[in-house]
Each structure stands twice: as structure tokens, then as C-alpha cells.
Design a protein around this ligand. Sequence first.
Ligand code: MLT
Length: 397
Amino acid sequence: MKINEHYTEIGNNYLFAEVAKKVREYKAKNPDKTVISLGIGDITQPVAPAVIEAIHRATDEMADARTLRGYAPDYGYDFLVQAILKHEFIDRGILVEEDEIIISDGAKSDTGNIGDIIGQENTVAITDPAYPVYVDTNLMTGRKIELLPCMPSNGFVPPFPKRSADVIYLCYPNNPTGTVLTRDQMKPWVDYAIRNNSLILFDAAYEAFISQPDVPHSIFEIEGARQVAIEFRSFSKTAGFTGLRCGYTVVPKEIKAKTSKGETISLNALWKRRQSTKFNGTAYIVQRGAEAVYSPDGQRQTRSAIEYYMVNAKIIKTALESLGLTCYGGVNAPYIWCQTPDRMTSWEFFDLLLNKIQVVGTPGSGFGSAGEGFFRFTAFGNRESTVEATERIKTLF
Ligand code: MLT
């Protein structure tokens, strides 16, 4: 047999696995030290009580032959699709239809798996830095990638590709930079995709953290986007589902592509075909938990967790800026993107923080070469550790 040799081009470890490995090794050598992680964006606050209660109720249903559920419907339970449709789209005046929402186990899987329905020969444009899944999964398939550098000099607004791109990945609010595109900045991308017959893969996993009114929560707020964009959403950061796993992808029926034989194919149908073949549904109890996010208590409780994390973001950003470091993000996103001091490389700063003060963050270069010289801190820690981490950082300067 032969392996897929494209896998040899992506390095041995996924970024967050690499960071975790270094931290494990450090802890094994220094068992007396307390390490604080502001690295991977993983939750620390308990899942909302309304969600937990719904999961308990659903679990009890599984213990009774009259109410138990087996395989979930391929594209998600109607109760969850309807709750999403109402709260995320109808209430915001955004046109999305129920059969365009496809429930999954999260945006990481969907942003990676979407490549299954995209031809290998497409050229792909990806912002740099970016969530590593986009680059890694395209390299795994052997697609040609053009990186779109996002830096302070262009205000982190991606430039258009030099060669016309068939597929464009955009993530806003952005992971890792925490920066956003306003409606006016997003519109040219939709127009670009319409002009060039491109597909935008829009990752909106962090939309719940938006605080400014001119920042769109969905790309479908932009006129024309239904013809050219697929949107990925997640309950992970919005409602603490990193360990529960639930997300959804919106594939408008307007998006069509032509086969080499000239046949017109709907991407909505293609994605459903892919999911029903390779994915067996998100657990019933988890979908009930996700539905409860939209109950009045669920909304209040999840909002309060988001506010808690955004206070952390402010604490981190204020502390770093008080030390003279230049930082971005942290206002509409739970990430702070900080320039490393003294022109250190991202990994040098990582080593310094880990070895000297036992604070873990994520090296910017792990998100792409334009991330070199930057460092990402997450706001998902608990308050005490976040404050303690900033106190420790202050001792370095
Ligand atoms: C991150 O830290 O970038 C994310 O938590 C990773 C993920 O969502 O998979």
C-alpha cells in the first residue's frame, strides 16, 4: 500500500498537540511548579445549568424504552434546527432556511471535512495567520494554497489573492488575531467571490463574542453572500461545548457548482450526501443541551460566561499594554494577539514564559509565517489564574 504522502508535508504534530507535548515534558521535569495555561482556547467555566438540566433530562429519556432515541436524524433534530433558525437568523433578520442548517459535532470537523466536497484542483486562499485546520487539511489533499498576510500594516484586513482563488477561508472574529471585519470590510469579499466564481468558507465560531454593532455576526448579513458562502458555527466557545461537541454548518441552496460534464450541482445536497455517509449524528443528549442554550435561562447563563471571559480578555490586554507590549484583539474575540518583546521569535517567547514563569500561550508562528513575532493569549482561563498569569508576566519586565 501507499500512504497519502501529502501527510508528510504537514509536520508531525498539530499545533495545539505540539504545545501540549512541550508542557507535558516541562511538567514531568518540574513537578513542583504550577503551570498556568492561557494556550488552547478551552473553557474553564462550568457549562450553563440550563444546558446541564436538559442533558440530564435527555439522559433519563434514554433509560426508558418509550422515550429512548437511537440514531439521530442525519442533519440534526428538528427541535435544535428550529431553535437555531429562530435565535441566530430570523430574530436577527437574516435569511436562512431550515434545510440549510446541518448539525454536526463542531466547527473543527466541518471546516476540515468540507474539503471532501471540493475538487483537488481548486486553488485555495487562506488568511495568514489562521486556525491551523484550514492549511493542514488542504495540504493533506495536496491543494495549492495562497496565503493572505494579515498584519498591523494592513490593519489585519486580508488582501485579495494575487491569483484568482476558487476557495477562500475567512474566520471572523478572527482566531488567532482576535481582529474583526466590519460589514463594510466584508462586503468586498462577497463581491470578489461573486465576480470570480469563488466559494467563501466563513468560520463564525466566535460570533458570540462580538461587542461592536458594525461587526456582522453572520456573513449572510452581507448582500449576495447566499450565492457564495458557507458558514460554520459552533457551540464550543459560545456555550462551553468543547467537551460536549456540537456545531452546525449553513449551506445556502443558492450555492451551485458545475461538474466537468456541465451538470449543475447544489453544494447543500453534496454536503448532506457527505455527512450522511461519513457522520452518524451528534448525540441526542448533546443536541438537547444545545437546544437549551436558547431557553431564557440558557441565554442569560451563557451570556454571563461570555462576559466573564471578556473581562479576562480586558485584564490580559490591559496588563500587557501597561508593560509596553502592542496587542490586538480582545474586544470582539476571546484572544489577545500580542507582539513579542525585543524581537523575540514566537517560540523563544513561548520558552521564556514557560521556563521562567510557567505561563503557557500559543506561539504566533504556529498559526502561519505572518504570525512570527506574535503570541496568542486566550481569555478562557479562570479569573484567578488569568490575574496570576498577568502578575507573573509583569515580573519579567
Ligand atoms: C484554539 O485554541 O484555537 C481552539 O480552541 C482550537 C479549536 O477550536 O480547535
